[in-house]
Design a protein around this ligand. Structure first.
Ligand SMILES: [Zn+2]
Length: 123
């Protein structure tokens, strides 16, 4: 093999490795997007169910809903169309160690995570 072909083979191998790394990153991004879509769909379902319940059982109006959205948005002092994320740590109800809100079970003792509310699994 002459030097030109050796350089070409090296460059090709380098390009293939780079392509594989990009493919792995794309797969990771696709998995994250799928996870976010699942959370988004869960939130949309919960919100629609809540709104239907409130209209049906209590007769609330769209105007009242808009007012409450504004009040909820302002809880963190900013009218920015966002809700403040709860980041305070949770403690396992069985072993009392600090556990991530992102997991359904304690990573130390496998106890199911305490549910703080309907929206916990979508944050
Ligand atoms: Zn535990």
């Amino acid at each position: 093999m002459n030097i030109f072909k050796a350089v070409q083979a090296h460059q090709l191998q380098h390009a293939e490795l780079a392509s594989e790394r990009v493919g792995n990153k794309v797969s990771g991004v696709e998995a994250r997007v799928a996870e976010l879509e699942t959370r988004f769909n869960r939130l949309a379902l919960i919100n629609e169910a809540l709104w239907e319940l409130l209209k049906d059982r209590h007769g609330y109006t769209e105007e009242e809903l808009g007012d409450w959205i504004t009040l909820t948005d302002l809880k963190d002092g900013k009218l920015d169309g966002r809700v403040r994320q709860t980041t305070a740590p949770l403690n396992c109800v069985k072993c009392n160690r600090v556990v991530s809100r992102a997991f359904a079970r304690c990573m130390y003792c496998d106890e199911p995570a305490a549910s703080g509310g309907t929206f916990d699994r979508v944050r």
